[in-house]
Design a protein around this ligand. Structure first.
Ligand code: HEC
Ligand code: HEC
Ligand code: HEC
Ligand code: HEC
Ligand code: HEC
Ligand code: HEC
Length: 429
């Protein structure tokens, strides 16, 4: 916010505060409000509900406090990231301020349309006054939402309570869900509805049941699954195994770690949302993270290698020498089994976004095109349907690997879903 704007904003605020709290003290001229600033209550008797402006509003509303918050926010990825470029229908609810507000107001799963004018996440995304009676839990009265969150991957069927402040963050920091509505069927020359979601294998009870993993389907959790892991849910859980969901920091809020005391030396803590790690050593003595992160990373790689060995994954090394793993579909887009030897048959081998922009409205028209061709990857295929246990293991790999902090949001649960995947693969060759 520009300084000048801020001064006007604040002046306006005080006037508004005067109206809200002390209507009898405000003189209204013909030129509009020429109100004096709110008069501090005597023994708290002049304000709304017995409060006065100083004690109830200026706790937060000082220029210095807001300046600090703005400066800290400028270090956060909500400000520095590329979020605001993702204004399209399937992304705007988490990646833009206006998209988030629309979803909060409507209870819908995606925003009504693309929002090319939308802004990045800012103060007004997270903040809204839900009350002016500041006693008790004041923080919950200034947050846009603290209600239980409808989870995305199943299109808002389940509301889960992650705890008041956490619910604000979890609206966006959760498994993503569908990203398209239609695909273009070349053979039939028409657009067809696209189902992408059945591939989140959470609820299966038979690890040996079969499942096709078709081209175009996705079980990727997107990078935002910190909350799901934090709660110890939504990993693939093998039959007969028990899982520990609660860990040492389960009772903490996201903000206990991500908005702890601001440290000007390295710009962490506060509204930077970066973890001020100096505050962890009070209990941990020294770095607790590196050892647990390398233990978990080791398991992630061990699991990926097992999946490569049975041709469920393939391993790629790029020109910089960076190794990555990706799942190999068993069936083409139309459900035809891929062979394991070269042939001349044409398969529906890929699905590529083919969005266009409506010349009249300027809005995106979503579709995907199916690519038909001979299979270049036959030597890497398994040649049969997957077992659920394999899909679960592949999903668990992605679940922890896409958590960029490598499992710190619940080390016991992360290690269990990885180890149980490894054990199941070894026991079911
Ligand atoms: C616990 C901290 C806190 C307290 C106490 C507080 N506010 Fe706010 N207020 C905020 C935050 C945070 C914002 C959002 C800032 C933004 O969007 O830039 C805000 C925004 C506002 C706005 C802008 C309009 C809106 O609703 O978004 C007004 C007006 C306002 N507050 C008035 C008051 C008054 C009057 C009081 C005292 C009765 C008060 N505030 C007490 C934190 C607080
Ligand atoms: C409106 C959706 C939304 C809300 C609400 C939200 N976030 Fe985010 N957050 C995002 C997105 C999107 C990004 C990635 C931004 C980018 O890279 O462009 C992000 C980035 C982050 C990052 C940086 C991640 C990194 O890779 O360095 C942290 C930490 C974070 N958020 C924590 C929180 C916390 C804690 C809360 C609650 C107080 C919260 N967020 C609320 C959407 C949201
Ligand atoms: C359910 C909320 C949600 C939806 C919907 C969503 N994202 Fe994200 N996205 C996030 C969060 C949260 C992060 C930050 C994760 C982190 O940094 O750990 C993120 C990160 C990203 C990043 C990496 C950002 C960076 O700066 O490194 C990209 C790229 C991205 N999203 C693209 C998309 C696209 C494209 C769509 C729409 C098809 C989309 N996202 C939809 C929540 C969402
Ligand atoms: C990602 C969500 C998010 C964004 C963006 C955000 N805040 Fe906050 N803010 C919070 C949360 C959560 C709290 C409560 C933290 C706590 O536990 O004390 C908070 C607390 C506050 C408070 C009251 C506590 C205090 O120390 O005075 C003020 C004032 C405030 N924010 C102002 C701002 C301003 C100004 C901006 C924009 C520059 C902003 N916030 C952006 C989430 C956010
Ligand atoms: C016990 C402390 C703690 C709590 C509680 C916590 N985090 Fe984190 N989080 C961390 C640490 C540590 C990192 C890694 C940061 C680093 O390496 O700089 C991290 C990283 C992140 C990142 C960026 C990288 C990634 O893993 O994708 C996001 C986004 C994030 N946390 C969101 C959240 C959300 C949302 C919550 C609440 C559901 C939460 N965190 C709760 C400690 C915590
Ligand atoms: C009030 C004391 C306290 C504070 C402060 C604290 N922790 Fe912890 N934390 C513990 C205890 C106790 C354990 C469990 C015993 C252990 O592993 O040392 C633990 C365990 C952990 C673990 C799991 C380690 C493992 O090996 O399984 C992580 C990760 C963690 N803390 C992260 C953090 C981060 C990040 C911070 C700072 C934002 C932090 N903690 C601050 C007390 C604390």
């Amino acid at each position: 916010m520009k300084n000048l704007q801020k001064v006007f904003y604040f002046a306006g605020l005080l006037i508004l505060a005067s109206f809200a709290l002390l209507p009898s003290c405000v003189k209204e001229g013909t030129q509009g409000p020429a109100g004096v600033n709110g008069i501090n209550g005597v023994n708290g008797t002049d304000g709304l509900n017995g409060q006065d402006a100083n004690s109830s509003c200026l706790v937060c509303h000082t220029i210095a406090n807001f300046d600090n918050k703005i400066a800290q926010y400028h270090f956060s990825k909500h400000y520095t990231g590329t979020s605001s470029s993702r204004f399209t229908k399937f992304c705007a609810r988490c990646h833009t301020s206006e998209g988030f507000k629309q979803i909060m107001g409507s209870g819908q799963y995606v925003v009504a349309n693309d929002m090319p004018e939308a802004n990045r996440i800012n103060c007004t995304t997270c903040h809204k006054h839900t009350g002016f009676d500041f006693s008790g839990d004041t923080v919950s009265q200034i947050l846009a939402s603290i209600s239980p969150v409808f989870l995305n991957y199943n299109k808002n069927q389940i509301a889960t309570d992650f705890g008041s402040i956490n619910n604000l963050c979890v609206n966006c920091h959760q498994i993503r869900g569908a990203t398209s509505l239609t695909y273009f069927d070349v053979a039939q020359n028409k657009s067809v509805a696209f189902t992408q979601l059945p591939y989140f294998p959470f609820y299966n009870t038979d690890d040996n049941a079969s499942v096709k993993y078709q081209v175009g389907r996705s079980f990727s959790v997107h990078d935002g699954n910190q909350s799901n892991l934090f709660a110890g849910i939504n990993g693939y859980e093998y039959a007969g195994k028990t899982y520990t969901r609660i860990w040492k920091h389960s009772a903490n809020a996201c903000t206990d770690c991500h908005m702890n005391t601001f440290n000007p030396a390295d710009s962490t803590g506060g509204h930077s949302l970066k973890v001020n790690k100096a505050e962890c050593t009070a209990c941990h003595g020294s770095d607790k993270l590196t050892s647990i992160q390398s233990l978990i990373s080791g398991k992630v790689v061990a699991l990926a290698e097992l999946l490569v060995a049975r041709k469920v994954f393939k391993k790629t090394t790029n020109t910089q020498g960076v190794v990555s793993y990706s799942a190999v579909p068993t069936h083409d887009f139309f459900g035809v089994l891929f062979p394991t030897a070269q042939d001349t048959i044409k398969y529906a081998i890929a699905l590529a976004a083919a969005n266009t922009v409506d010349p009249k409205t300027g809005l995106v028209i979503y579709t995907n095109n199916v690519t038909i061709g001979v299979d270049p990857d036959y030597s890497k295929r398994i040649g049969r349907e997957w077992k659920y246990g394999e899909l679960g293991a592949a999903y668990n790999y992605g679940y922890i690997n896409s958590e960029l902090s490598k499992g710190v949001h619940n080390p016991p649960y992360a290690l269990q879903i990885l180890q149980n995947s490894i054990d199941w693969l070894n026991a079911n060759p």
